[in-house]
Design a protein around this ligand. Sequence first.
Ligand code: COA
Length: 262
Amino acid sequence: MPGTAEYQLKDGRAVVLRTAGPDDVPAIAALFTELSPESVRSRFNGACAPALLARLARIEPAETVSIVAAPAGDPGQLAAEARFVPAGAGVAELALAVLDGYQGTGLGHLLLGELAGRAGEAGFTRLQAIVSLANGPMLHLLEPYGWVLAAPTDLSVASLEISAAGGRPAWPADTPGQRVLVEQRSWFDGDRVAALRSAGNVVRVCLGPHGSTGRGCPLVSSGSCRLAEEADVIVPLLPGEDADCAAVLDAHQQLWPHRLAT
Ligand SMILES: CC(C)(COP(=O)(O)OP(=O)(O)OC[C@H]1O[C@@H](n2cnc3c(N)ncnc32)[C@H](O)[C@@H]1OP(=O)(O)O)[C@@H](O)C(=O)NCCC(=O)NCCS
């Protein structure tokens, strides 16, 4: 990329990545139809009939950036598609679909990296993804991009936001209320967080460092976290008995004690 580029996957197969356009919509629709029912549910957050999948494959040339992966030597078949569409000022929504037979080969990592690069070039600073909490591979893929929760988690589906440029994502520009960073282990809003949202604040939730997933805290590891630096208020609800979380609280107390909510 840009144009086309060939990559070798973990299992030895080669794929060619290229930008897709409206002519590719039938092949993208065929790809969506070939996904297993579970993958369709993960990609579209529910079951979809073939006619709906064909509609969802459409590309609005002025808006959609779509990247497809085809097996090398077989450009007519697609192994995967990734896209983003604008979702507001400076933010786009991304989604990926890798054919079941290609999952686990590194294609998702590859496509997400390409998408983030393209989004940055197009002037988007933040990317959102709607992800099921049961979608381990997608959550894992987003982990190095330092995702935060951008909206309340609805039943079992989370709205994650990453930075197109690396590090924790910036705050939306021109936010109407205060920027409130909540640090908590839970995916779900408690009463306090719900009240903060109802009061008109812009809330971002960071689940904090987590040894088991390899998720770190940039403030602790590198002394810098855009999300914390630019927050008006930080609500620390991480478990203090966890050493990694205690280090986050210590860093906040040293840098911005006046911003910490009690
Ligand atoms: C999610 C999806 C895009 C990932 O693509 P992929 O090609 O399988 O991803 P990769 O092979 O690049 O990476 C998968 C990673 O998840 C890890 N993984 C696999 N199962 C996992 C699980 N249950 N929990 C956590 N991580 C898991 C793998 O080890 C791998 O990580 P590693 O390379 O660091 O070892 C693909 O599985 C897919 O299309 N799923 C169906 C549609 C979907 O969920 N789309 C996302 C909606 S936004």
